[in-house]
Design a protein around this ligand. Structure first.
Ligand code: SF4
Length: 492
């Protein structure tokens, strides 16, 4: 059911990132509060639960709860968390159900002292690793793959923590960007493909920060962020940062949906501000799929704004706001059935008849997954008087599921897996429909070199996906709770 939750602009589903991670080493600073600020900037990456762990040189304390950051942390929580380093996490679950015991950071005891781990991504061999660890007597409290990572590191027999993390990286398959807190260090760790983003930066007035996106660096006063490289461990302690290529980089494969939709538009990846990359996507889209004679280009707010501006720039058609997004609706209030999804679109997006009436409208969005919401929005525009609705999508058709940490439907539910573009156009009731081509996406992202995962468009998975998982998602179920759990674990 979790796919159908609303949390972004009028969608019953949107590609949703699993998590945001943050870490800070800054003795003498209020590290818990700075982590809170950093997580605030990463709230778009996960809204189910939030948590912060703080280390003071002896112990680690962790506070985490279900809910948005402002619901989880109050002034007394932050003032009670004193230390010189911290990590934090905002969660959207893709593996393991949405319950408190799966919230992060995961804190465990280890031969290296107490550890806390925050994870963004999805391990492909979590079930196997969990079984191996259980055979060795390791006890698990939750059901998510992040606990597998924490206990794998804690169970290592290597002489120090960095060696334990490096050793664990050789055993983990899949996508992971980690922040790890020990009593006297913070680490940033990225899988050898670099699927999920992670960067590091120095604070202006002393200390270092690690975060999923650069937008979290800016709010805490850190500048000149650099990417943690695929396969790299960055350890920050009293000696400063130390970078180590722990496992060889295999093939840089940053998730292209980070560029299209997931990451905040003011974040920078591969040296590019995402707002500008999205504008380029819009310009390519305009050249690949023009809409001659259209009167206005409108975005589906907020995520498609930059692409719509780009489409307007590329086409010469005026840009305008045709729908207003309610900022205060919360997904909890929307029930996951078709009637409520349609109602949800109307609660979330309000058309402006004064702008739309009698017009030929180009509606720009970032993706179509099931097609139901896009159809509802097209109807909304027509009901408001739009004469024609031309739908333009700033990503290629999503035809394959994601195994690397983005909550994506099974193949059966993806409208583009079974239908042609013309069939989708009829399904959503648009006058015309055009998707950005895979080549256009690549050019807009990078002007050449392919350093991206584009598997949900092409079916070419950079990290090999085990056959049983592939079959499972290709045919049947939506989200992979790959680890057995009782019905009482589910909140809804
Ligand atoms: Fe991103 Fe798609 Fe690759 Fe998943 S399959 S990591 S959503 S590009």
């Amino acid at each position: 059911m979790k796919y159908m939750d609303f949390y972004s602009a009028g969608k019953e589903w949107a590609p949703r990132d699993e998590c945001g991670v943050f870490g800070i080493y800054a003795p003498g600073r209020d590290v818990a509060r700075l982590t809170y600020f950093g997580l605030f900037a990463l709230q778009h990456r996960g809204q189910e639960s939030a948590g912060i762990s703080v280390a003071d040189g002896d112990v680690i304390i962790t506070h985490k709860e279900m809910g948005l950051l402002y619901q989880v942390f109050h002034e007394e929580d932050l003032t009670g968390m004193r230390g010189h380093s911290a990590i934090g996490h905002t969660r959207y679950s893709t593996t393991g159900s949405s319950v408190l015991r799966n919230a992060q950071p995961i804190q465990v005891d280890s031969p290296y002292g107490p550890l806390a781990v925050a994870h963004n991504g999805n391990l492909l061999n979590a079930v196997e690793l969990r079984a191996e660890l259980q055979e060795e007597g390791v006890h698990f409290r939750g059901t998510n793959d992040s606990e597998v990572i924490a206990r794998l590191i804690a169970h290592s027999r290597k002489p120090n923590l960095e060696e334990a993390v490096a050793d664990s990286m050789t055993r983990m398959d899949g996508a992971y960007a980690l922040t790890i807190l020990s009593k006297d260090s913070v680490m940033g760790v990225r899988d050898p493909y670099g699927v999920r983003p992670l960067c590091v930066a120095e604070l202006n007035d002393g200390g270092w920060v690690v975060a999923s996106e650069t937008c979290a660096m800016n709010v805490v006063g850190a500048a000149h962020a650099t990417a943690i490289q695929p396969g790299e461990i960055v350890t920050i302690d009293a000696k400063g940062p130390c970078r180590r290529q722990a496992v060889p980089e295999i093939r840089p494969s940053l998730c292209s949906f980070e560029f299209i939709y997931l990451a905040r538009p003011d974040s920078v990846m591969y040296g590019q501000t995402l707002h500008l990359a999205r504008r380029r996507m819009g310009r390519f889209l305009a050249s690949e799929h023009p809409a001659p004679g259209a009167d206005i280009v409108i975005p589906i707010p907020d995520t498609a704004i930059a692409a719509a501006i780009g489409y307007a720039e590329g086409s010469g058609i005026p840009y305008g706001e045709g729908v207003i997004k309610s900022r205060y609706i919360h997904r909890t209030f929307i029930q996951p059935d078709q009637r409520m999804r349609t109602l949800g679109v109307r609660m979330k997006l309000t058309p402006l008849p004064e702008v739309l009436a009698g017009k030929s409208v180009v509606m720009v969005d970032d993706s179509i997954v099931r097609g139901t919401t896009t159809g509802s929005i097209v109807r909304l525009l027509r009901d408001a008087g739009a004469r024609e609705v031309h739908v333009r999508i700033s990503s290629p058709p999503v035809r394959f599921p994601c195994f690397y940490g983005i909550d994506m439907a099974s193949r059966r539910e993806l409208i583009a897996a079974a239908k042609s573009v013309e069939e989708i156009r009829r399904h959503i009731g648009a006058d015309t429909l055009g998707y950005l081509s895979p080549e256009g996406l690549l050019e807009a992202c990078d002007a050449g070199e392919d350093r991206y995962c584009r598997a949900c468009f092409t079916g070419n998975y950079p990290i090999p996906v085990p056959e049983d998982q592939r079959l499972h998602k290709f045919s049947l179920e939506a989200s992979g709770d790959r680890i057995e759990e009782g019905p009482e674990d589910r909140i809804s």
